[in-house]
Design a protein around this ligand. Structure first.
Ligand code: AHR
Length: 524
């Protein structure tokens, strides 16, 4: 049933039920844990004050990494961390970030507020952090303003065993063993901040750079070409034609943003129309993904080349009173919906999508964690953190196809400042329920259900075809208002609690899903 309804009208009079039919014995495809990847850029207080405070800080730390943030990220089981940018990566010279910290040269962070970067967090600090987190590093290489030799030597420095000039230098800097580095990005947003290139020119550069980024001593690189933003299908097409199987993966960036010029809206003050618009824009990623995949399928039907959504998430105006260009934004229950709905979409396309990295891990854009940048040493977990934590059982589980029947509403489109072929009609359809299911390695089934309606509780019947269920447990993330968020005075205002609204009766699962809630169930 479709309701033509702007955010201000209620759906109470419409049909009550939604149905989710899960094919519990039909899964074939694993959801790679890398879908739950993170991104850390030298931007604002993501690195300095977020992840890193230095060994001499009064904030409790382990060799310079803040303990509170480290422990929260360890609990999140971060599978992969992308660094050092973003736009920063194409101005970053890795040699400035090695050796004694007091001797490292400074630089101006031209992309992000002109802050002076002292390079105290460099290659060793990043790769050691990945070891502490137990995650794969994803190095984003400088193509825009660097050289082939510079990137080739960085790979040698990080991954070659004894004997090479770069291995010797690494040893002099305190690390004898190479690190394990799998993911290498060859440039970032090369169509924009990464060099303003045309796809044909970038393709040639990629081919050249990738030759000299060698696999040393058993370390096998997975090379990622700098891909398109949003609706730029031509970029993907040209790269597929000109680079093809020379790349292991190609990236895609998609932000839930109203446009790139002017105000992007407040993270915490918004009306119902803006809320529903946000979720519509977020879900538009599915169509964008399908179209990039169709282009890739035409050249690579075996799906050898991965699509990596290595930047995604919400982008709002910076919080009042914070530094311009530092992209520090709050994170409300609305952001948690963007996380949940996006992850549900990624799960569906993991035959092509091999990784996704939400932007960014601490204090920047749709972050997991906010730290008090004034140095009190406080930290809060955002509603988005809680979604990632609740969704953990999906990592490496087998995706289960499902059929979802629910009410839709038509939401306004015209808040998109940049019109494109996806939004020219002024409205888009928003299903009020989003769901995903997967079978975990212990044979249980994990189900995520989101009710995005602001005012309607939903009775949902879930059919588990091919499974004899015995028990169901769950947790729910919700709050009084969808604009609610966590801050240093109210750090647990939006936090998951036990969910008691799921009942099993003779294999039939029924769920009472409150308005504006995200539930994750574990069925055994
Ligand atoms: O995540 C912030 C910025 O967004 C990144 O540096 C850039 O790649 C993108 O435009």
């Amino acid at each position: 049933m479709t309701a033509i309804c702007l955010a201000s009208c209620s759906l109470v009079a419409l049909a009550q039920d939604a149905t989710v039919s899960i094919q519990a014995d039909k899964g074939t495809q694993k959801i790679p844990k890398e879908i739950y990847g993170q991104f850390a850029e030298h931007l604002g207080s993501c690195i300095y004050g977020g992840l890193w405070v230095g060994e001499n800080s009064p904030i409790p730390n382990t060799r310079g990494y803040r303990n509170d943030v480290l422990h929260a990220l360890q609990a999140l089981k971060v599978p992969v961390l992308r660094w050092p940018g973003g736009c920063f990566a194409d101005e970053y010279h890795w040699v400035d970030g090695i050796g004694p910290r007091e001797k490292r040269p400074s630089m101006k962070n031209n992309n992000w507020g002109g802050t002076i970067e002292d390079n105290s967090f460099g290659t060793h600090e990043f790769l050691d952090l990945c070891e502490l987190l137990g995650c794969e590093p994803y190095i984003s290489g400088n193509v825009g303003s660097g050289t082939v030799e510079e990137l080739a030597r960085w790979v040698e420095y990080m991954t070659s065993e004894e004997g090479t000039p770069m291995a010797k230098l690494r040893k002099e800097n305190g690390r004898a063993k190479p690190w394990h580095v799998k993911y290498l990005g060859v440039g970032n947003e090369s169509w924009g901040c990464g060099g303003n290139m045309r796809p044909e020119y970038y393709s040639d550069l990629y081919r050249r750079y990738s030759v000299y980024c060698r696999n040393y001593d058993g370390n096998q690189l997975y090379k990622i070409a700098s891909g398109a933003s949003d609706y730029d299908y031509d970029w993907t097409k040209v790269l597929m034609e000109n680079i093809g199987h020379r790349m292991d993966g190609v990236s895609l960036h998609y932000y839930t943003v109203s446009g790139w010029d002017g105000s992007k809206g407040s993270a915490t003050i918004f009306d119902n129309d803006q809320y529903y618009w946000t979720l519509g824009k977020c879900l538009e990623i599915e169509d964008v993904i399908k179209r990039h995949i169709a282009i890739m399928d035409a050249k690579d039907p075996q799906k050898r080349i991965g699509l990596l959504v290595d930047e995604w998430g919400t982008w709002w105006d910076e919080e009042p009173g914070t530094i311009k260009g530092h992209l520090y934004q709050q994170n409300a229950l609305r952001d948690a919906f963007v996380a949940a709905l996006s992850l549900n979409v990624f799960h569906k396309y993991t035959d092509r999508i091999r990784m996704a990295n939400i932007a960014q891990v601490v204090n920047v854009l749709q972050s997991m964690i906010l730290t008090d940048t004034k140095g009190t040493g406080h930290m809060v977990l955002t509603p988005t953190y809680h979604v990632f934590e609740m969704y953990q059982p999906f990592q490496e589980a087998t995706y289960l196809p499902l059929d979802l029947k629910c009410d839709n509403m038509n939401v306004r489109h015209d808040m998109n400042k940049e019109m494109n072929e996806n939004n020219k009609d002024g409205f888009r359809t928003l299903p009020l329920i989003s769901a995903s299911a997967a079978k975990t390695t212990d044979g249980s089934i994990v189900i995520s259900l989101s009710n995005v309606s602001l005012d309607k509780n939903m009775d949902i019947s879930v059919n588990l075809n091919g499974m004899k269920a015995k028990s169901v447990d769950g947790r729910i993330l919700t709050s009084k208002n969808v604009a609610d968020f966590n801050d240093f005075d109210h750090p647990t205002r939006v936090s998951p609690v036990e969910f008691k609204g799921a009942k099993l009766k003779k294999d039939q699962l029924t769920v009472k899903l409150p308005a504006k809630s995200i539930v994750v169930l574990q069925v055994k």
